[in-house]
Design a binder for this molecule. Sequence first.
Ligand code: ADP
Ligand code: MG
Length: 339
Amino acid sequence: MQDVIRLLPEALANQIAAGEVVQRPASVVKELLENAVDAGSNDIKLIVKDAGKTLIQVIDNGKGMSETDARMSFERHATSKIASSEDLFAIHTFGFRGEALASIAAVAQVELKTRRAEDEMGVHICMEGGKLETQEPISTPEGTSVAVKNLFFNIPARRKFLKSNPVELKHIIDEFQRVALSNPEVSMVLYHDDNEMFSLRGGKMAKRIVSLFGKSYQEQLYPCQEDLEVMSIGGYVGSPDAAKKTRGDQFFFVNGRYIKHSYLNHAVMTAYEGLLPEGTFPFYLLNITVDPKDVDVNVHPTKTEVKFTDERTLYALVSAAVKQALAGYGVAPSIDFGV
Ligand code: ADP
Ligand code: MG
């Protein structure tokens, strides 16, 4: 008998990996926006057509890429963000796996334009189904534009199972809002089918919350701050009077990364005990800062679940911080909404 095991061709391996990283247009939005933030941009445009099924484009004014890096960025496990296993425990960027662009390019047509400040000419790369189609010099603004066209064009079964445009667009808006909330100092716009859906100027967190969720939040936010030596919590909690019947607007960020955490959510809810009308959910946005070595973000490719070394202390801290913030409940909070 002959041996039967072989290594998968790279394009096929990338397509399989893409199954985990790219579930829907919103996954592409998340990866591209995070790359733009990681590149140090303070102005990011997201352009979406047909709820991302036809086009998802992110244009940033970040540091751009050299010609070689631009080509390398589509290789799997190619990243500028970590170099050694020690770095895994000190992650200060959104990305680190070096998988996103390779995965996206495996299941779409991708057009990249990028230029660094020090280069006169930029580079223009077209990829299709994981393969390089063209690469040439281009005159382009400083920063990077990545356009992802016809997602899953080469996997008809995946494309067919995308949800309706309103559903896919909702997921895109969720990702946009999460990035906008964890980076209030970055100006961000979102166009869908040529309509401007959001136009956010960079500024303070409270202002960003109001520009995303509406003016009514201006009188409904209580600042929340609690610091220990090894961890701290900052952010805003909503007045119980403004609680909604849906769970939507609740956000935890850990070192800038959006996470879901039912245990910590419970900590918040205990602080609201007795204040909320039955079946309603308060707004909250809490930024948790911990030493990167005390949080493991490496548990899932889409990275919304994390493990903390000391969850009990964090639980107590969250609960105390929210209680403290709500101690002023009934008294209108004074918040600086300025830029
Ligand atoms: P990761 O973000 O995990 O490193 P990606 O596949 O998302 O992996 O990106 C690969 C590399 O391409 C990044 O590490 C970065 O060096 C570069 N890159 C991607 N997007 C941008 C961008 N918008 N601006 C500058 N460099 C980028
Ligand atoms: Mg990335």
